[in-house]
Design a protein around this ligand. Structure first.
Ligand SMILES: C[S@@+](CC[C@H](N)C(=O)[O-])C[C@H]1O[C@@H](n2cnc3c(N)ncnc32)[C@H](O)[C@@H]1O
Length: 315
């Protein structure tokens, strides 16, 4: 009997449905096999050398703007036919991964065909955004790259404004080509480290905004400035959905400890949850650990919060 059918009485969480489909083709991978899938166990144990980078904007510039997004932009410019953001995503994934990859889900490792990642990403995002989509007129994503998440959401929820903010000029140019004929989607310059965010200013105080981030705050060793800057816009934020690795969620299992070390060795974010928890003007709605990890040592948690009622204008 298919997995989904056997478990049809327990499919009460939106993600269980997605994961049950995954489970149909996923083999469980024992933690001991991780070194066959990733160079990281050897680096974490000091068997192979590794130089910890400082995750500055210069690092973002070389890793994303000059490398990944310059390549995406060339790919888009080479095309003679019209393509969309999902074609660019498939190009990105194909160039990195062929065949099967090791993913994580709730602290367990599974084998998954690489060509399922893009669909899987899109489904996960739309499921978590769904409870808010009727309440908002605008979706803003900061650190959006060329806007793949905005594109996927816009297909499912048309008629809303989708505004991306991004540091990389090559990603912004790629987006301007991809959304030339989609006036409701735009990607503009925005730097997490700024003290105001133009893309949120332009929404106006009366708009109702869902803000999303996905593996973007991970790029900031501390999230202090982001949350402080966002607090200026609490009047328009209906909710914030972070699909980010959350360092503080890592437990003291062997895998959890490896993840903590991985974060430190990459100078990734370590304080997003603590900063949100320590604010008395924020209410946390959800914090799901390891909903899945395309990189199992850097898994995606989903942290959802909203400004407490008095911060939003009563309309
Ligand atoms: C791992 S990628 C994720 C992109 C996109 N959110 C996604 O889900 O595909 C991280 C993104 O964060 C952006 N980023 C990093 N630091 C930033 C900063 N200081 N301001 C704005 N964007 C930044 C990078 O340029 C990159 O697009």
């Amino acid at each position: 009997m298919p997995y989904a059918q056997r478990n049809k009485n327990v499919l009460h969480h939106p993600l269980q449905k997605i994961m049950s489909k995954t489970s149909c083709f996923a083999r469980k991978i024992p933690l001991n096999e991780l070194p066959q899938w990733s160079p990281w166990p050897e680096r974490l144990l000091g068997i192979k050398g590794w130089q910890t980078p400082r995750r500055t904007v210069e690092k973002i510039d070389s890793e994303y703007d000059k490398d990944k997004y310059a390549d995406c932009l060339m790919f888009v410019k080479r095309q003679k036919e019209i393509i969309d953001a999902s074609d660019v995503k498939n190009y990105e994934l194909r160039s990195g991964n062929l065949g099967k990859i090791c993913i994580s889900r709730k602290g367990k490792l599974y084998e998954m065909p690489a060509d399922r990642i893009a669909d899987f990403n899109a489904n996960l995002l739309t499921k978590y955004a769904k409870p808010f989509m009727k309440k908002v007129d605008t979706v803003v994503e900061i650190g959006c790259g060329y806007g793949i998440n905005l594109w996927e959401l816009s297909k499912k929820y048309p008629g809303k404004k989708y505004i991306g903010g991004e540091y990389s000029k090559n990603a912004i140019e790629t987006a301007s080509m991809l959304y030339e004929n989609s006036p409701l989607i735009s990607v503009k310059y925005c730097n997490f480290y700024d003290s105001t965010y133009n893309i949120l200013e332009q929404c106006g105080a009366n708009s109702k905004v869902l803000l999303i981030t996905r593996h973007a705050i991970e790029q900031l060793p501390t999230a202090e400035n982001v949350i402080q800057t966002l607090s200026q816009y609490f009047d328009r934020l209906v909710a914030v959905v972070h699909m980010e690795p959350i360092h503080e969620n890592c437990d003291n299992t062997l895998l959890g400890m490896m993840r903590k070390k991985y974060t430190k060795m990459n100078d990734y974010n370590q304080d997003l949850l603590s900063i949100v928890q320590n604010r008395n003007d924020i209410e946390i709605l959800r914090n799901d650990y390891d909903v899945y990890g395309v990189s199992p040592l850097n898994p995606t948690s989903v942290l959802i919060w909203k400004p407490k009622e008095k911060q939003r204008k009563i309309t």
